[in-house]
Design a protein around this ligand. Structure first.
Ligand code: DX5
Ligand code: ZN
Length: 223
């Protein structure tokens, strides 16, 4: 299937003092959605953005905000993020024993947002199978979650390919997002392996020309 490939800049790597300005530059370069990493200092060691930031960003952009919940108690945060204007919410499958994932995915969909499920690099791909008819996207981590600027883990491209096959058998409409260490060097291979949405933080916002860097990414993944 020939699908539209998209770049999703991760705001974790943007300069907090110039967030709105850098978002405009990425938007001019063709970015179509924003990745907002939510970390609680428990599921991952780091802390990042809360619903208040999501609501504040909404004022400065028309583009959808995609919320990646790297928290131990996502059920507490779904409503606040939906109210803050999240267009999609990503839950981690590693929490399936302690959190009501199917119920949360339903709640996200009922609110008109896109439900998504995510897996860490070492999590077996088969764990997402029970959710494939409930989600619009699967996010594959290509680094251990928690920090931006890490190196892309070898084996991630093969995991994208295998995930694409698994999804194809059950619900081919589900899009694959790849998150962590995505650069100009690996973007094309990731897209060719079946990733639809490439999430990139440092590789976008550390560029001296953010707009041109986004265009370059899109040229690579669209060709
Ligand atoms: C890591 C986050 C990623 C990260 C990507 O826990 O989920 O979204 O911000 O940043 P880079 O592209 O710098 O690896
Ligand atoms: Zn993320």
């Amino acid at each position: 299937m020939n699908r539209q490939k998209t770049l999703e800049p991760s705001l974790l790597a943007a300069d907090p003092g110039f967030l709105a300005e850098q978002m405009k530059q990425a938007e001019r370069g063709g970015a179509l959605m924003w990745h907002l990493d939510v970390m609680d200092g428990h599921f991952v060691p780091n802390l990042s953005f809360g619903p208040h930031i999501c609501a504040g960003l909404k004022i400065h952009t028309q583009l959808p905000i995609d919320v990646h919940l790297m928290v131990s108690n996502p059920s507490r945060l779904i409503d606040p993020f939906l109210e803050a204007g999240a267009s999609s919410v990503i839950l981690h499958v590693e929490l399936a024993d302690s959190e009501p994932i199917p119920q949360m995915l339903r709640e996200i969909r009922l609110a008109g947002a896109v439900p998504a499920i995510s897996l860490n690099p070492k999590t077996p791909l088969e764990l997402i199978e029970p959710y494939l008819l409930m989600v619009g996207r699967v996010l594959l981590m290509s680094v251990e979650p928690g920090y931006g600027g890490q190196t892309f883990l070898p084996g991630s491209i093969d995991r994208v390919r295998e995930l694409r096959e698994r999804i194809g058998r059950v619900n081919p409409d589900v899009e694959i997002q790849l998150d962590g260490g995505v650069t100009l060097e690996n973007a094309k291979a990731a897209a060719e392996a079946g990733a639809d949405i490439l999430i990139a933080g440092s590789a976008v916002f550390e560029a001296s020309d953010i707009e041109a860097r986004c265009r370059k990414f899109l040229e690579l993944i669209e060709s």
